[in-house]
Design a protein around this ligand. Sequence first.
Ligand code: SF4
Ligand code: SF4
Length: 152
Amino acid sequence: MDPTNKPFWRDRPLEDLSQDEWESLCDGCGRCCLNKIEDEDTGDIHLTRLACGLLNIGTCRCSDYANRQAKMPDCVQIDPEKVRTLSWLPKTCAYRLVGEGRDLYWWHPLVSGSKETVHQAGISVRGLARSENGVKIDAYWRYIIKDFERED
Ligand code: SF4
Ligand code: SF4
């Protein structure tokens, strides 16, 4: 806790967080690990329920976080700049919330003290995601879902 008694995510901008603070800010929802399809004609981005092959769809955590960039070159490494520019980053993403000057929701592990609340609140992709493994690219459109906007 900071001397101002504010939690770190309310006290400093994303750029000023330590590596540990940055990592702890991830709520473990797994939403950013769902595949997106871009419509070539309109540029619209459609969300699917197909998760990256490295996502553990039970825990909603990356199964090889340390080597994710080597194993999945398309994995987007979130940084403060990307938080400002990635339109598909979920509205509930803790980085986005903090970047917009908003507070975390009750279900965020840093607030609740439990990694389970992000699942209990229906925010994570548990029960929704299916692994992309074994699914042909031209069948991805079958898995398009409407973005789930629930926040609290
Ligand atoms: S959407 Fe944001 S908070 Fe959720 S897993 Fe991805 S980076 Fe973490
Ligand atoms: S490599 Fe890991 S962090 Fe990156 S999209 Fe896949 S599951 Fe998510």
